[in-house]
Design a protein. Structure first.
Length: 285
């Protein structure tokens, strides 16, 4: 049984992200660990400058526990089906988001980390800087979910890559195929490029495709090339086409994805995200 770690901050769109995660988890027969990373004022840097009441920690913990229970009840009540339902476990964990995720992943078997795309509201931790920080440090693949997205069957998955490391891409495509089987999805390997690939490069790609199809016994793997002026416009093009139901990328140092998640570019793309984005870390191999 797989486990999904769902990060929630109880912000306005948290229920929507949780509902999507629940439906996704149910489809792949996974359980969900719903986690709130609590910020304890007395544990913040320079907190010694302020005298915090002793009961502050317990008040924050109790408030978080109450909201977690409310969210679990909401998810359970909205599912009136008689099919097998995900087991929902609640976790109150004090500390920074990155530290909490790392600690949980070291103690439990986590297959995916689910979280909302960054929220511009000031009372939410799912802002651009936090989202990018978690993605950069996540020990497990991260599923980034647009804040108001409703779950729909995942028929087409786009694996976007510059295909500069075919051996590594093959590793992640093997794992992606296991997920695709759950939905009977088609996988499209999308080559992001500013010009058409040379014949020798395409030959290597098609050799990899045939090996994957034969080795995995999964014929629904295809290749497509997207020519665009830059990495940003290529991803925008994919989103505008609306032919994909999920986009998967590998986060590598100096890769096109790493360049996308910087500064104003990241802010704009996160706002345009119309489909869930599955982000593998190169260290997740």
């Amino acid at each position: 049984m797989e486990n999904i770690l769902l990060l929630t901050d109880f912000s306005a769109n948290a229920n929507s992200v949780a509902e999507y995660t629940y439906d996704f988890a149910k489809k792949i027969h996974a359980d969900i660990i719903i986690c709130n990373a609590m910020t304890i004022p007395s544990e913040l840097p320079d907190s010694g400058l302020v005298v915090w009441p002793v009961e502050c920690h317990e008040v924050i913990k109790d408030r978080s526990a109450s909201k977690l229970n409310k969210l679990r009840t909401h998810l359970q009540h909205r599912d009136q089906s008689h099919s097998k339902k995900p087991v929902l476990t609640l976790l109150n964990q004090a500390g920074s988001l990155q530290d909490v995720v790392t600690e949980i992943a070291s103690e439990r078997t986590i297959h995916f980390l689910a979280m909302g795309a960054h929220d511009q509201s000031m009372d939410s931790f799912l802002k651009q800087d936090h989202t990018r920080g978690i993605i950069d440090s996540s020990p497990v693949p991260a599923l980034l979910i647009p804040l108001t997205l409703k779950f729909e069957p995942i028929r087409n998955i786009y694996f976007a890559s510059d295909l500069k490391d075919l051996a590594s891409d093959r590793t992640f495509l093997t794992r992606l195929t296991a997920l695709a089987r759950m939905f009977m999805s088609e996988i499209f390997i999308i080559h992001i490029s500013s010009s058409k690939s040379a014949a020798t490069v395409k030959e290597k790609i098609y050799d990899m495709l045939n090996d994957l199809r034969d080795g995995l016994g999964y014929p629904g793997i295809h290749f497509r090339e997207i020519i665009a002026e830059n990495d940003t416009s290529s991803l925008e093009k994919i989103m505008l086409e609306k032919s994909a139901d999920m986009i998967a990328v590998v986060h590598r140092e100096h890769s096109f994805f790493s360049r996308l998640f910087k500064g104003s570019v990241a802010k704009r793309l996160a706002g345009q995200l119309t489909m869930p984005m599955l982000i593998y870390q190169e260290s997740n191999e």
